[in-house]
Design a protein around this ligand. Sequence first.
Ligand code: MLT
Length: 401
Amino acid sequence: MPPVIQIRVSPTDCDGLGHVGQKQFAALFDRALWEALGNGPGVDVFARHGVWPVVRRVSAEFHAATPAGSMLDFTTTLTQLGKTSLTLQQTVRMHAGQDLVAEAETVWVCLGRDGAPAPVPDEIRSFLGARPSVRAGAFQHLLVNDVATAVDVQGDGMAVLFIHGFPLDRTVWRHVIPPLTGRRRIAPDLRGLGLSDAPASGYSIPQYADDMVALLDLLGVESCIACGLSMGGYVAFDMVRRYPERIAGLILVNSRAEGDGPAARDARDEMIRMVEQEGTGALADLLVPKLLAPESQTAMPPVVERVRTMIESAPPAGVTGALRAMKERPDASDLLGRIAVPTLVIAGREDQLIPVDHARSMAAMIPGAQFTLIPGAGHLVPLEQPGPTSRVIGEFLDALA
Ligand code: MLT
């Protein structure tokens, strides 16, 4: 289990309005971590090993106010472990009621006495427990086709399966899913991405589709509305082709049906080389400007940071696996005219990867499909415009019901 630390908000933690402000929250996140270490290997665990952790990157999101006197539960989980760095995710919930009030992701690097990066002490690894520790919390891990797969399942009713894009994770839907009450919302991390395990091999679009169907089996879901973002759409198409009885409706978000042409395949090879030789940070530098609309890049720093962190912390084996899977993916164009379930196509007006006209023509080829254009968004509408995205999906689902 990840360590849970309770901290009561004192008046000295609060700003003039009587709430914990951003700066004070950073201090509380820090305190919760050191308290957790104090209850485990000791606050001197780094010093004992001759290293010191320094923060390389922090991103935080705040969801609710926390007045003085509130008792907060801080949970710290290790989500990514490198040789010299570790990524910690901290969530804060109200002790009574468990409402989520804030979350933060922090990348730490261990430095030796000479100031150079040094290995993360084994004691820290075993205390925070690389993969097992993240198996508790708001999501669960299920063994899907022998891969520990992180999945959020919320609510009851018609099942809606949210499949994220590349090289992201289920949290792209974080602000889209909560308003869609009255449905069973299922959001997994595909194998190799997010907090799912990343086997060395075994990546293909049909394999992801098999995983999704195995997940539905485990959850006792006979059929679902498959909602796929970009690569998630490629997976949804494969489910339509090979498991039509499991798909009652389709939502294609910033996606397309064609397979890769020669130039796209070369670009995949170049990205594989980049990740293998330079790491996921280089991939983030390349992709962030393409994934987000130019305006989102200047006006939405937390979204930029979130996307960057997701890419940087994605396991390299999962990232290169996904690139090979997309490069080899089957062309789904032949399916379009034969799709017999209600379909919604959503496009971002500023999508630099899949032009609007392309998405519009795809919708026109699917019998009866509805097309919606979301302004103020690029390739990642669920992150750039979560409110409108959620509303459009909600209206589509209401009409099905
Ligand atoms: C995605 O967002 O999933 C990717 O852009 C898909 C792709 O690279 O084809």
